[in-house]
Design a protein around this ligand. Structure first.
Ligand SMILES: Cc1ncc(COP(=O)(O)O)c(C=O)c1O
Length: 408
């Protein structure tokens, strides 16, 4: 039998199933209250609107185009709709600055492929989105810590990257309601990231997967908008903005987008021709139809449900967590990030929690490129109802209280 290991590319050695992902697969049990999955609530999907959109496409003249091959850039009316939406948040883009991807996850993979040679450095926050690390890992980079509070000089980054055997290529971050922390980078932090990128001569990848999910507080302009305000033209911008319909409409259709300077878009189009030709035409059409008919109303529905759940989870944490435990207070998104007293291990806590408290969450370590963050965990409130939140956080609080007392 062929020894597959002997013919694998070196890049595949970094494609490992994470222990945590494997563990989380077991959590689909009815007796477990899960705050682990970071997925949208299916109850909120606009399913009737999608049914109508598909019926209209199949019943109308666009059906042939819907079922035919189409252009790699993406369905033009959808790109035009996005251009209008982006203009409203300070990003004056044309359809030529917009490229449709199969979910924003594909965008992250393409950007890793476009920029990273083995040993190059990607700057990421500690912690960061696990899926971004998985996407970039295939291109064999090293990681260095991006801190929007600005604690390192450009020279220090250059030196570390040179020692690692390559150069810094981009800074990747989620500026709004990040996965996993729920935190938002303030305007000064966004400007600092841009300054750093200018000095290093690198790109900024702005992951805006949760940007539309703001429940309170003032919206902060996207990094791309701040950069265009500096330079006056999107085609000279170094920021690459990755958006998604997964958290607002539905993830199953796999429609996301990249908005960036035209030279970047042209490269991405070539990449898509080689990879999958184009994203599903009919799904792009359905997304465009549903978005045109009622995107704002759908987003308002999602806000209402998630705001309520976030508030319920914050109130339960206040009520049940012992002293020494802290957590973020996100203004949007799906996640709350909990920090336990030093010495408490999130992964061990999960194993105990599944046995005794029967509550699931994601231990924080998975989100750190350097494997730190043992004493952190991610809670998602997107799919939980009041009763689950109250009961789950109560049980988790009791378990943590016991652990902390034992360690003392
Ligand atoms: C921060 C972030 N970026 C990107 C994605 C990928 O989303 P999609 O490919 O569905 O657009 C996710 C999904 O959870 C995410 O949390």
């Amino acid at each position: 039998m062929l020894n597959w290991e002997s013919i694998l590319a070196t890049r595949s050695s970094r494609m490992k199933a994470s222990e945590i992902r494997e563990l989380l697969k077991l959590l689909d049990r009815p007796d477990i209250i899960s705050f682990a999955g970071g997925i949208p609530d299916p109850e909120l999907f606009p399913d009737r609107e999608f049914a109508q959109a598909y019926a209209d496409i199949f019943g109308g003249p666009a059906v042939s185009a819907a079922l035919q091959y189409s252009v790699s850039e993406g369905y033009r009316p959808l790109r035009a709709w996005l251009a209008k939406e982006l203009a409203a948040i300070g990003i004056p883009a044309t359809v030529d600055n917009i490229f449709i991807t199969s979910g924003s996850q594909q965008g992250l993979d393409y950007l890793g492929k476009l920029f990273l040679s083995p040993k190059d450095t990607a700057l990421v926050t500690w912690p960061t989105y696990l899926g971004a690390l998985q996407a970039f890992n295939a291109y064999e980079p090293t990681y260095d810590q991006l801190n929007p509070a600005g604690n390192r000089t450009p020279e220090a980054y250059v030196q570390a990257a040179t020692e690692a055997g390559g150069r810094v290529k981009f800074a990747y971050l989620s500026a709004d309601f990040a996965n996993p922390t729920g935190e938002t980078v303030d305007r000064a932090g966004r400007e600092r990231v841009l300054d750093l990128a200018e000095e290093l001569g690198i790109a900024v990848i702005e992951d805006a997967a949760y940007q539309s999910l703001r429940y309170d507080g003032e919206a902060i302009p996207p990094i791309l908008a701040l950069e265009i305000a500096r330079k006056g033209d999107i085609n000279t911008a170094r920021t690459i903005y990755c958006g998604s319909f997964s958290k607002t409409l539905a993830p199953g259709l796999r429609v996301g987008w990249i908005c960036a300077a035209e030279p970047v878009i042209r490269k991405l189009v070539l990449m898509k021709q080689a990879a999958d030709l184009h994203s599903s035409t009919i799904n792009q059409m359905a997304i465009a139809t549903v978005a045109e008919r009622g995107f704002q109303a759908q987003v308002a529905n999602v806000h209402k449900a998630y705001r309520y759940r976030r508030d319920a989870m914050l109130a339960a944490l206040e009520k049940y967590m012992p002293a020494g435990v802290t957590w973020t207070r996100p203004e949007g998104g799906m996640f709350i990030w909990v920090t336990l007293p030093k010495g408490t291990d999130g992964a061990e806590l999960l194993a105990k929690s599944i046995q005794t408290a029967k509550v699931a969450f994601v231990p924080g370590r998975a989100f750190f490129a350097d494997g730190s963050g043992e004493n952190t965990l991610r809670l998602s409130f997107s799919c939980a109802n009041d009763k689950m939140i109250e009961e789950g956080i109560r049980r988790l609080g009791d378990l943590i209280r016991g652990e902390v007392a034992q360690a003392a």
